[in-house]
Design a protein around this ligand. Structure first.
Ligand SMILES: Nc1ncnc2c1ncn2[C@@H]1O[C@H](COP(=O)(O)OP(=O)(O)OP(=O)(O)O)[C@@H](O)[C@H]1O
Ligand SMILES: [Mg+2]
Length: 611
């Protein structure tokens, strides 16, 4: 066997296989370089989704001639000098391989100029071979062009998808880069046509505008600003209301120290925090920025730096839960109008508020100023500074007046919905879902406090079940006892119930029978994977369902009012235990439109008259 050192161009092509697997990866690397160079404006041009051309132009520091040449060599970086620094990385790049990798698999062109320099430098490379280095006039900053990606690596080129697909990847890549950097303006064009324009602005409105691009327009006015700190980990970000559901976790965007990361554990924390507010198998949308002291983050664990390793992953997990839970549990997202105030909306994130009526905007912006700078990579010192201001409270997110306290009950619709007048329009409440949510909470509390809330029955209730159900109930008696249902086999497919949690104590025998059959079914549907918590909650949700008024049940006025009032003190009051919505609103504006009472409907005709 003879061992040879690979020629540099070949080594670069091999490295390119990892670093740039598609045009979007080139976009990411080049834009990261621009951000590292301190750019405030970054323009990206694509042709054919980037397969023909990726061009990134920035107004950053630029490079002198010597550096420009060096930048194309492997392991040449200005960002890392010692081993120690590897554990306090505050730049996107540090490996010194992105430019040489891209240059090895494209027709590559670099034009760069330092501010105040008499002339810039222009370098042309083809497939890793430098064709020319010359002086050239250029504005301060850097432009990098990569044409015909993989032209010299046909095996790779084959894997490129349709231009539209590649383009979509680039759009997403740029959004990911832009979210933690609201102070930088980004533009993305395809063949000169603007696909994305993200104006720079104050953190909150600019981020809200970018979040809308990232998560879809439907999140407008339905984002809540969240924040928390657990040990050394600070979390802040935007959480979409739980009625925005996804089929997968693509709406969960996580950033660690400004770097977009994938992380199963942390994604799980987000799902966990939304927990009961989401129907089973559905995913929420949220954008969360974690700030962790750089020494506690290893960023050098993944070829494209898409993953990081955390010294205290548990703290990060808990911080995410702590940030999301209180506002979600309080149902603050019901206050759509308020939420819009909290996150603010500038015209395309221009940093100016779109219209009047933002009296709270100043407060919200104020609250966000201490985040502005942390969105950049915090230096160690900056980090310590901000620790003291970190425990900013949720106060501004908590509604002043409880939502359900502010609605007036009008009557029942189809014996299913409670019709109410709300401060901003018509409100319908699903009576079953509402009652179920309330009972769920009461049952949970009873289970947690256990003995105090479990009522022994004077006479056991003997229920006859299908043999399989009876067997399942009998073998799960400990699990059922944990939620306050105590029973034992009574022979012949029967179960004798001896104690029940208070909220179930008054149930009719037939309802109780149906409940037990349901619980048996729930118990047999459990796999081995579910934690005890999850199992317990699923059982409680079933129980709550049976304990609740149904659709088609008539409800006396005082019962309806009591139910509505109780919702304010119910966590997740706006979702039933199965994640269905409890309440829906029809804004007055919408109603007025229906009746042609809004000014716009009249605008083309005569001025509106009072009718
Ligand atoms: N747009 C730019 N403006 C100014 N300097 C740049 C720019 N792009 C690259 N450089 C310089 O070239 C060097 C090499 O860039 P390259 O992306 O290859 O490596 P890196 O960013 O240091 O590390 P990584 O490979 O992890 O991205 C950088 O360290 C930086 O000094
Ligand atoms: Mg780089």
């Amino acid at each position: 066997m003879r061992i040879q050192v690979l020629p540099e161009t070949l080594a670069n092509q091999i490295a390119a296989g990892e670093v740039v697997e598609r045009p979007a990866a080139a976009v990411k690397e080049l834009v990261e370089n621009a951000l590292d160079a301190g750019a405030r404006r970054i323009e990206v041009d694509l042709e054919e989704g980037g397969c023909r051309l990726v061009r990134v132009r920035d107004d950053g520091s630029g490079m002198g001639r010597v550096d420009a040449q060096l930048s194309l060599q492997r392991h040449a970086t200005s960002k890392l000098r010692s081993k120690e620094e590897l554990f306090s990385i505050a730049t996107y790049g540090f490996r010194g391989e992105a430019l040489p990798s891209i240059a090895a698999v494209s027709r590559f062109f670099l034009l760069t100029c330092e501010a105040g320099a008499r002339s810039g430098t222009r370098i042309e490379v083809e497939g890793g071979r430098v064709l020319s280095v010359e002086d050239a006039g250029a504005p301060p900053g850097t432009t990098v062009e990569a044409r015909d990606l993989f032209w010299n690596v046909p095996a790779r080129r084959k894997f490129l998808k349709r231009a539209a697909t590649e383009q979509a990847h680039s759009v997403e890549a740029l959004l990911r880069l832009s979210l933690p950097r609201p102070e930088v303006a980004f533009t993305l064009r395809e063949h000169g046509r603007v696909l994305l324009h993200l104006a720079a602005g104050d953190a909150t409105p600019a981020q809200a505008a970018r979040a809308e691009e990232a998560l879809g327009r439907e999140v407008r006015g339905r984002l809540l600003r969240v924040q928390a700190q657990v040990r050394g980990v600070r979390v802040h970000g935007l959480a979409a209301s739980p009625d925005i559901e996804r089929a997968n976790a693509s709406g969960v965007w996580l950033f660690v120290n400004g770097r977009a990361v994938r992380d199963r554990q942390l994604t799980h924390a987000v799902l966990r925090a939304y927990g009961e507010a989401m129907p089973h198998g559905r995913y929420p949308a949220a954008i969360l920025f974690l700030q962790i002291p750089p020494r506690d983050v290893d960023v050098n664990v993944h070829p494209t730096k898409a993953e990081v390793r955390l010294a205290d992953g548990r703290a990060a997990y808990e911080a995410i839960i702590a940030a999301l839970r209180p506002p979600l549990a309080a149902g603050d997202w019901l206050h759509a109008a308020r939420a819009a105030e909290v996150v603010g909306h500038g015209p395309a994130g221009a940093g100016a508020y779109a219209s009047g009526g933002f009296e709270h905007a100043a407060g919200a912006a104020e609250g966000s100023t201490d985040y502005d700078s942390t969105l950049r990579f915090p230096g160690a010192a900056g980090w310590e500074d901000r620790q003291s201001t970190a425990n900013a409270s949720q106060a501004q997110l908590v509604p002043e007046q409880p939502y359900f306290g502010g609605v007036r009950y009008l009557g029942q619709l189809h014996r299913t919905y409670l019709v109410c007048e709300g401060p901003r329009g018509l409100v319908l409440i699903d009576q079953h879902a509402a009652h179920e949510r309330m009972n769920y909470q009461r049952l949970r509390r009873a289970a947690a406090e256990h003995r105090g809330h479990v009522q022994p029955l004077l006479l056991p209730i003997v229920l006859r079940l299908a043999p399989a159900s009876a067997a399942r109930i009998a073998e799960s008696s400990a699990e059922l006892a944990a939620i306050g249902i105590e029973g034992e086999p009574f022979g012949n497919g029967s179960i004798a119930i001896k104690a029940l949690p208070a909220p179930l104590a008054s149930l009719h025998e037939s309802t109780l029978g149906a409940l037990l059959a349901d619980l048996a079914e729930e118990l047999s549907s459990f796999g081995h994977g579910e934690s005890l918590d999850v199992r317990r909650d699923a059982l409680l949700a079933r129980a709550a369902c049976h304990a609740s008024v149904r659709a088609n049940d008539g409800l006396a006025e005082d019962e309806a009012k009591a139910l509505i009032a109780a919702l304010d003190s119910t966590d997740f009051g706006a979702r039933c235990a199965h994640g269905r919505p409890v309440v829906a609103e029809w804004p007055t504006a919408e109603i007025e439109k229906r009746f042609g009472r809004d000014y716009e409907s009249y605008a083309h005709a005569a001025a509106p008259e009072t009718i």
